[in-house]
Design a protein around this ligand. Structure first.
Ligand code: PLP
Length: 385
């Protein structure tokens, strides 16, 4: 048995037709342009896991990469699961703002860029509202892979500086987040698309959120997990992670997955409630720039995951987001406004929840990512926008 065959790998499988493709080709969509997933049998060795370093690579047998030599790591993951009291209720928050690039997106980027190295890919393109771009650029820098990042022109300046500092080529696109995605898709005709929405390896990184929560609770499940939904890459990842744990016989059943959207841009919230696509209210401005996604690529999968786990979707107003940002920063957690939207969702959920549920949520991004917005809110005379 060779070293690399110790690890399970998975074929790529088309989410609509079921067609499969080998995982040895640099492919991010099916021949007919559809989403791909990974057909996959996870393994966990609990004794081995607890003796390994405190990074997300401790779940090595459950991450689809053939060879350890291809791992591109900045020492990420196994973030603290911290007790926070909100409105008199105890909630556990994963501090994912503490990742190397300052957001949970590093979970996905470390796995996706490791797979890119395994495929001997030399350059990638990606599009993002900011943090996914920072994260992919960071791991490409670590791997020596060239990368080009497309972002909306109005993205927070701190995120633009971060992307450029890693040596990535930055492309500012006027218009909406959707216009940015179209520009990146055009570039992806010729270059590997390291998209956090399209590329299934990203989700096989974000799924480690579920593994960590479960291990940190003594290999038990919480009752409810409340996560942001823009594209839903953390929520879908968590769903896949909890599913891996079930399939490997580590746990039984899912926690309820609850998604949070900003009311100003809440397409999945509206679809979930009406149960038909219908006409959606036009998206407006929100301080939660990281979840303002009008056309989530994996929207159907997100809704299916929420329904399967008997969860729900909430929407939160700009006032609630601002209020929650003031609340958690005053407790010592310096998070960006997008992260505060999830906190607002947790408070709204708890206000109507009964009983003694064990609730887990997440701080998704660091406050230093959005210095201009923080200046505007907490120190208005200093300017900012
Ligand atoms: C990307 C991001 C989100 C939302 O993630 P989706 O995959 O779009 O649902 C939430 N918070 C922060 C800070 C982010 O960067």
């Amino acid at each position: 048995m060779t070293e690399s065959s110790r690890y399970p790998t998975g074929r790529l499988i088309c989410a609509s037709s079921g067609d499969t493709y080998p995982d040895t080709e640099p492919r991010w969509r099916s021949d007919t342009g559809k989403l791909l997933d990974i057909d996959w049998e996870p393994r966990f060795d609990l004794d081995l896991i607890c003796r390994r370093k405190g990074t997300l690579w401790r779940y090595r047998e459950a991450i689809p990469l053939r060879n350890d030599a291809n791992i591109v790591s900045l020492g990420e993951g196994f973030t603290p699961l911290t007790d926070v009291t909100l409105d008199g209720r105890r909630v556990l928050f994963k501090q994912d703002q503490l990742f190397p690039s300052g957001s949970y997106k590093d979970r996905g980027a470390t796995v996706l860029i490791s797979k890119a190295r395994e495929l001997a890919i030399e350059r990638v393109v990606q599009d993002s509202s900011g943090n996914a771009g920072c994260s992919i650029a960071a791991y490409c820098a670590r791997a020596g892979i060239a990368c080009e990042i497309f972002v909306p022109a109005q993205t927070s300046p701190a995120k633009l500086a971060q992307i450029q500092s890693y040596g990535a080529r930055l492309r500012l696109i006027e218009g909406s987040r959707t216009d940015t995605a179209c520009a990146a898709l055009a570039a992806a005709e010729t270059t590997y698309y390291a998209s956090h929405c399209w590329n299934p390896y990203f989700l096989h990184g974000t799924k480690t959120f579920a593994f960590e929560v479960c291990e940190q609770l003594g290999w038990e499940l919480p009752d409810t997990v409340i996560l942001p939904v823009g594209n839903g890459t953390l929520l879908l990842g968590a769903y896949l992670g909890f599913k891996d744990l079930i399939r490997a016989g580590v746990t039984q059943g899912f926690p309820r997955l609850v998604g949070v959207q900003a009311a100003a841009c809440a397409p999945l919230y509206h679809t979930f409630l009406s149960r038909s696509p219908g006409t959606l209210p036009k998206a407006g401005e929100t301080m939660a720039e990281g979840i303002a996604v009008e056309h989530p690529v994996r929207g159907k999968q997100v809704l299916a995951a929420i329904r399967e786990t008997k969860g729900t979707i909430l929407s939160v107003s700009e006032e609630e987001i601002a209020d929650s940002l003031r609340l958690v920063t005053a407790m010592g957690f310096y998070v960006e406004p997008t992260a505060a939207a999830t906190v607002a969702g947790v408070r709204s959920y708890l206000a109507s929840a009964t009983g003694r549920e064990r609730v887990v949520s997440v701080f998704t991004g660091h406050g230093l990512k959005s210095t201009e917005k923080m200046l505007h809110m907490f120190h208005p005379t200093a300017g900012g926008r």
